[in-house]
Design a protein around this ligand. Structure first.
Ligand code: ATP
Ligand code: MG
Length: 441
C-alpha cells in the first residue's frame, strides 16, 4: 500500500548515502489498518541535497523548510531531521517557535514530532519500525499522546491542539488525559497563528469524514470559538447547530462517495448563522430590503472572520454568491425563476437552500425548497400564486425565457435544452430582470 513515489524517494535517498524513513500519518495509518491519505519522508539529507536528487523538488516554508517532491499527481513531503529545541530558538512571548531550521539525528527528530503515534519510522533497509517514543504501545491501546510536556508542546505550536482533535477522531482513539488537560486553557493561543495557516487547518478538520465529530471536539475544548467566534456564539441554538452539522455531514458524505467538495460551500455554511442574524438585524434597524441587508451583513461578517481564519478570494467570491442567491429564491415568477436556474452558482445555492430547509430553522423554507426541487424537474414551473405578479398569470416568462425550459437543472433535469450561461460581467436588468440580487463584488 506504500505509494511508488514514496518507495522511489526512499531508495533514491538511500542509494545517495543518506538515511531515509517513511514517517507520520502514513506509517500510523498502515499500522492501524487505515488507508493512508499521504506519505511523509524524513531524511538526513538537507533540503538542498534533496533538491539535487529530485528534479521535481520544490522547497516550501520558511519557519520550517519542507521539500515537496512530485511524482505525477502525488506530492511527497520530505523533511530533514530536526534538531532539539533549545533556548537558542527564537520564540514569541507566548512560547511559540518562530524559526526552526536546525538539523539533527533520527532520534532527535522523533522527539520533535507531535504525538507518539506520529513518530514511528519505517526503515526500508530491514522493514522495521523505529519507535523512540512508545508509539507502537499507544497504537495498541488506542491512545493519542503528545510527546513530552503537553503545555510546552502546545505553546511551541498551538496548531497541535487542532491536530489533537482531528487525529483522535480519525483514529477513533482516546486523547490521553494529560495531553487533553491544558487545551481549554491554551486555546486562545490560536490567536497567534497566521490566518492563512488556519485556513488550511480548518479545511483538514472540517472538510473530512469526521467533520461532525471534529466540530464537537473543537467546541468541547473551546477551540472553535477561537476560529469562528461569530458562529460559535450562535451554536447554542440547536437549530443553528443542526444547520452547521448538516452541512458538515453533507460534505462528509460527498467525500465518502468521492464527489468533489468545495471549501466555498463549507465556509458559506460556517458563516451563515452570523450572516443571517446580522441581515435580519439590519432589516429591523435600518429598514433595508433583505437582499441589501444580506449583502451588507456578508461584508461585515467576512471582514471579522478573516482576521482569524483567512478565506482566499477564489472561495470567498462563490461563497458570497451562494448567500446572495438565497434572497432570490423567493421570486417564483417564472421568468425570474428560469433566469435563476441558469445562474452558474444556482446548483450550489439550491443545495444550500435544501440544507437550510432540512435544518428546520424556518418551516417556510421547506415549502420553498420543495418548489425549487419541482421547478427543476418539469418543463412547467409549479404555480405559486403568492408571488405571481400581474400580467404574468399565464406562466409565460419574459421574452428571452419563452422557450419554457428550466435551465441548469443539475442532476434532476430532464433532457431539456441547456440555457445559455450568464455572460461575463453579469446580465443586469435585461429582459425585465431586476438588479435586486446582483451579488456585491
Ligand atoms: P494526515 O493523515 O492528515 O496526513 P499526518 O500526521 O501525516 O496526518 P501531516 O500534516 O501530514 O499529518 O504531518 C506529517 C507528520 O509531521 C506528522 O505525523 C508529525 O510527525 C509531523 N508533524 C506535523 N505537524 C506537526 C506539528 N505541528 N508539530 C510537530 N510535528 C508535526
Ligand atoms: Mg501526512
Amino acid at each position: 500500500m506504500i505509494s511508488q513515489g514514496t518507495l522511489k524517494t526512499l531508495y533514491t535517498l538511500r542509494d545517495a548515502g543518506f538515511e531515509a524513513y517513511m514517517v507520520g500519518g502514513g506509517v500510523r495509518d498502515l499500522l492501524a489498518g487505515i488507508t493512508p491519505k499521504d506519505f511523509d519522508v524524513a531524511t538526513s539529507a538537507h533540503p538542498e541535497q534533496v533538491k539535487k536528487l529530485f528534479r521535481s523538488c520544490r522547497l516550501v516554508g520558511r519557519r520550517f523548510v519542507i521539500c515537496h517532491v512530485r511524482f505525477g499527481e502525488e506530492i511527497l513531503e520530505v523533511t530533514t531531521f530536526r534538531g532539539p529545541i533549545t533556548d537558542l530558538h527564537e520564540r514569541d512571548e507566548t512560547g511559540r517557535i518562530l524559526a526552526d531550521n536546525d538539523y539533527g539525528t533520527l532520534e532527535e527528530d522523533a522527539f520533535r514530532r507531535d504525538f507518539t503515534i506520529n513518530a514511528l519510522y519505517y526503515d526500508i533497509r530491514d522493514y522495521s519500525i523505529v519507535d523512540y517514543c512508545g508509539g507502537v504501545e499507544d497504537l495498541k491501546t488506542g491512545t493519542l499522546r503528545l510527546i513530552g510536556d503537553p503545555e510546552l508542546r502546545f505553546r511551541e505550536d498551538p496548531v497541535r491542539m487542532l491536530r489533537a482533535v482531528r487525529i483522535v477522531n480519525k483514529m477513533r482513539f482516546r486523547l490521553d488525559p494529560a495531553s487533553a488537560a491544558p487545551i481549554r486553557r491554551l486555546a486562545p493561543l490560536l490567536g497567534e497563528i497566521p490566518p492563512a495557516r488556519l485556513f488550511d487547518e480548518v479545511l483538514k478538520i472540517l472538510l473530512t469524514r469526521e467533520a461532525v465529530d471534529n466540530l464537537y471536539g473543537l467546541r468541547v475544548y473551546g477551540l472553535f470559538k477561537q476560529l469562528f467566534p461569530q458562529t460559535d456564539a450562535l451554536l447554542e441554538d440547536p437549530a443553528q447547530l443542526a444547520f452547521v452539522n448538516r452541512a458538515l455531514a453533507n460534505s462528509a458524505q460527498r467525500i465518502e462517495k468521492d464527489l468533489p467538495i468545495s471549501p466555498a460551500f463549507l465556509y458559506a455554511a460556517l458563516l451563515w448563522p452570523p450572516v443571517e442574524k446580522r441581515a435580519h438585524e439590519l432589516v429591523q434597524a435600518e429598514g433595508h430590503p433583505f437582499h441589501i441587508a444580506l449583502s451588507q451583513a456578508s461584508e461585515e461578517v467576512i471582514a471579522r472572520a478573516i482576521s482569524r481564519v483567512a478565506i482566499p478570494k477564489r472561495f470567498s467570491m462563490p461563497m458570497r454568491e451562494i448567500w446572495g442567491l438565497q434572497s432570490r429564491f423567493d421570486q417564483r415568477h417564472p421568468g425570474r425563476a428560469r433566469r435563476l436556474m441558469s445562474h452558474p452558482r444556482f446548483r450550489a445555492a439550491y443545495d444550500f437552500l435544501l440544507l437550510r430547509a432540512q435544518a428546520g430553522t424556518d418551516p417556510m423554507l421547506t415549502e420553498l425548497a420543495t418548489w425549487w426541487t419541482e421547478a427543476q424537474k418539469g418543463v412547467e414551473l409549479p404555480r405559486h400564486h403568492a408571488t405571481v405578479e400581474s400580467g404574468d398569470e399565464t406562466g409565460e416568462g419574459a421574452p428571452d425565457d419563452s422557450d419554457g425550459t428550466p435551465g441548469a437543472g443539475g442532476d434532476a433535469a430532464p433532457p431539456a435544452r441547456r440555457r445559455r450561461r450568464r455572460r461575463r460581467g453579469g446580465r443586469r436588468g435585461g429582459g425585465g430582470a431586476s438588479a435586486e440580487a446582483a451579488p456585491a463584488g
